[in-house]
Design a protein. Structure first.
Length: 372
């Protein structure tokens, strides 16, 4: 298993391991890695790699230690790992100066320090480690017990998502604390679409960045996208969409919305396991409140019409559905910046957006309040 440094990035929704490759190149700066490798033998090989996996260089361990001198024209995230079995990972930033690294045989003992960005990076890794450990336990229990009921599986998934949210909070906190250095920039660029509900916080972080950071193409693109997303924020009126129903009839969203006191716009797909698991609770909510004025409009980023129609039948969905069968190019999904499903939007009879991203008990409690 790769070291936690590397796994942190995989856990942050759309946060991917990339170099700060869009920042303007500057003068090359020198950095030195001074490392210790307890438990390693003389001659063991470490590989230094770019974020895309391209190996930059090899480093040989001697007397349980190693050194490396490099130059970089920007602060970039790179990985160091043992060549044998591709294990014992640690990620660090190529920041000018001396960087201290410990990489050992025992899980969780890899550390990096010695520069502003790497110190802050290590702090984020340490802050998120307890949440990752709990997620790993849940992951093990979910896939090791083949007799778990659907209900038990869903409880585990919900807890997993809660821990995931806690990690996201830590990432935002780190971005705020490091808004004036390359870690803050890196986290914003790689995180901003991971949690659509954090858009206001991302805007605030960007507004606090040094001007030269805000002029970089990646930040400019995020600001442009965030400005476009303002039309779907809570308090705005939902954009209108017209798409085919499963029977081919053209359905207009606002025509449906006006018929109900409250409408849940449910983004789901036939191939989405969590969406299918959520349907019984959504159906229960519909049965309770339909006579009180609740409507549900399903919007699916499916591409296969037969699979979509079959799923509607299998799941006994009898509320309205629409899809242009364009997958993630679905206009409604793109407008709402839906990057994962299930995802819900709650609107009133005028189309005013009341809430977004609610699921399970939170969705039920919100609808209960609206229709009590």
């Amino acid at each position: 298993m790769k070291h936690l440094h590397h796994l942190i990035l995989a856990l942050l929704a759309t946060m991917i391991v990339v170099a700060c490759k869009d920042r303007p190149d500057g003068d090359a700066s020198h950095y030195t890695v001074e490392g210790t490798a307890p438990g390693f033998a003389d001659g063991d090989t470490l590989l230094l790699a770019q974020s895309d996996g391209t190996v930059i260089d090899t480093i040989i361990v001697r007397d349980q230690s190693f050194t490396y001198d490099g130059t970089t024209d920007s602060v970039r995230l790179v990985s160091l790992y043992e060549q044998r079995n591709n294990v014992n990972w640690i990620d660090f930033f190529t920041e000018g100066g001396t960087i201290s690294i410990t990489i050992g045989r025992e899980p969780g003992n890899a550390k990096v320090s010695g520069s502003t960005v790497n110190n802050a990076w290590q702090q984020l890794v340490d802050d998120t480690a307890p949440f990752y450990a709990k997620m790993q336990q849940l992951d093990d229990s979910l896939y090791s017990d083949h007799e778990l009921s659907r209900e038990a599986q869903w409880v585990i998934i919900e807890r997993y998502n809660q821990l995931f949210s806690e990690i996201n909070k830590k990432v935002l906190e780190a971005a705020e604390k490091n808004v004036d250095n390359e870690l803050g920039y890196f986290l914003v660029v790689n995180y901003y679409s991971a949690d659509e509900t954090a858009n206001d916080r991302i805007r605030t972080i960007i507004s606090s960045m040094p001007q030269d950071y805000r002029q970089r193409p990646a930040i400019a693109a995020i600001e442009t996208k965030l400005n476009a997303l303002e039309i779907t924020e809570v308090g705005r009126t939902t954009p209108d969409f017209t798409m085919p129903s499963p029977t081919g009839e053209m359905v207009r969203l606002m025509d449906y919305v006006r018929q109900h006191r409250v409408t849940i716009i449910d983004f789901w797909a036939s191939w989405c396991g969590p969406c299918r698991q959520e349907m019984p609770s959504l159906r229960a909510l519909y049965d309770i409140h339909h006579d009180n004025g609740l409507g549900i409009m399903g919007i699916s980023p499916d591409e296969n019409g037969d699979a979509w129609q079959q799923a509607v039948k299998e799941l006994k969905i009898d509320w309205s559905q629409m899809s242009d069968l364009r997958g993630w190019n679905c206009q409604a999904a793109k407008t709402y910046n839906v990057v994962s499903i299930p995802f819900t939007v709650v609107v009133d009879s005028l189309g005013t957006i009341l809430a977004k991203g609610l699921r399970g008990d939170k969705l039920q409690q919100f609808i209960d309040l609206q229709l009590q």
